[in-house]
Design a protein around this ligand. Structure first.
Ligand code: F6P
Length: 324
């Protein structure tokens, strides 16, 4: 049966490029003669019936904007049987037969719980700066986030070198080190500390000490927020106790989530929005649409969080080699 009305929502942490994705969903939906309903504040808004009709003009001038015009939320109620029942009832009452959910693992859990119940068709689109979703190379927002962090690190490097100080810079990523690894490589870090590898403070101290002995003027240490050391401050403190070197700490924080999306994120968001609409129109449900090695792929929703996305081990090995 041909779909007539679909919903789109963004959920969890916002990511730059989500707006470009909403725009693509709406405009490709229009092409397929679908009525597109925006659901505000993710699953929380769905449970309150906070809906808005989106036509092609409603998504004008948003491709360049960070955040999400639909706003977002983290919703505990959606994890309960009652919440789920309520969500299905609202979708049915509104005649919404298909749903596109843009977000990360948490978003897809909610999506899978809804898929198939009452005949609702669901397609997920990966949008998270953490890039920790299995089955894709890049999630929407990751490229912008790493470039934002990188531009901050480049600036820090200027002052770090001038005063010959080690800098400990904390980046986001929740419990994974994807942001830290890419930013560490691109920012010429001395070392990166990530949850995926054991943090050895003695080794780190030796690296920093030797780098200054080799005539380097600064040491940039990128620390993932989820590193086992418990964040950047304990790491810096432990290094100071051993080396007694004047140092500074910088937590990049939420600036990594904001800002105008890069071209790469806008293009990815546009492609995935279009592919999600095509998939729904062709009756597909229960999948995340993504891009892997340049090709559009469909990963069963459950695999997106149950299977572990691995870091690029070669890149990891390169950090130390390049820091010599
Ligand atoms: O998942 C995106 C993310 O920015 C993580 O990197 C970070 O740990 C978390 O969200 C921060 O969440 P909040 O904005 O709720 O503090």
């Amino acid at each position: 049966m041909k779909l007539k009305k679909i919903g789109v929502l963004t959920s969890g942490g916002d990511a730059p490029g989500m707006n470009a994705c909403i725009r693509a969903v709406v405009r490709c939906g229009v092409k397929h003669k679908l009525e597109v309903i925006g659901i505000r504040r993710g699953y929380a808004g769905l449970l309150e019936g906070d809906l808005v009709r989106l036509d092609a003009r409603a998504v004008a001038n948003i491709i360049q904007r960070g955040g999400t015009i639909l706003e977002t939320a983290r919703c505990e109620e959606m994890k309960t049987a009652e919440g789920l029942k309520k969500a299905v009832a609202i979708l049915q009452q509104e005649g919404i037969e298909g749903l596109i959910t843009i977000g990360g693992g948490g978003t897809f859990r909610g999506a899978l719980a809804l898929a198939g119940v009452g005949g609702i068709k669901i397609i997920g689109i990966p949008g998270t700066i953490d890039n920790d979703v299995y089955g894709i190379d890049y999630a929407i927002g990751f490229d912008t986030a790493i470039n934002t962090a990188l531009s901050a690190i480049d600036k820090i490097r200027d002052t770090a070198g001038s005063l010959q100080r080690p800098f400990f810079i904390e980046v986001m990523g929740r419990d994974r080190g994807f942001i830290a690894l890419d930013v560490g490589i691109a920012g010429g870090a001395e070392d990166i500390l990530i949850p995926e590898t054991e943090t050895k403070i003695e080794e780190l101290c030796l690296d920093i000490k030797r780098s200054f002995e080799r005539g380097k003027k600064c040491s940039i240490i990128v620390v993932a927020e989820g590193d086992e050391a418990g964040g950047v401050f304990p790491v810096a403190q432990q290094v100071w106790e051993r080396l007694r070197l004047d140092y500074r700490v910088c937590v990049l924080g939420h600036i990594q989530r904001g800002g105008s999306p890069t071209a790469r994120d806008r293009i990815l968001a546009s492609k995935l929005g279009a592919a999600a609409i095509d998939a729904l129109a062709n009756g597909k449900t229960g999948y995340m649409v993504g891009e892997l090695k340049g090709k559009i792929t469909f990963t069963p929703l459950r695999e997106t969080w149950e299977k572990r996305k691995e870091l690029d081990n070669n890149l990891l090995q390169l950090v130390k080699v390049l820091a010599t």
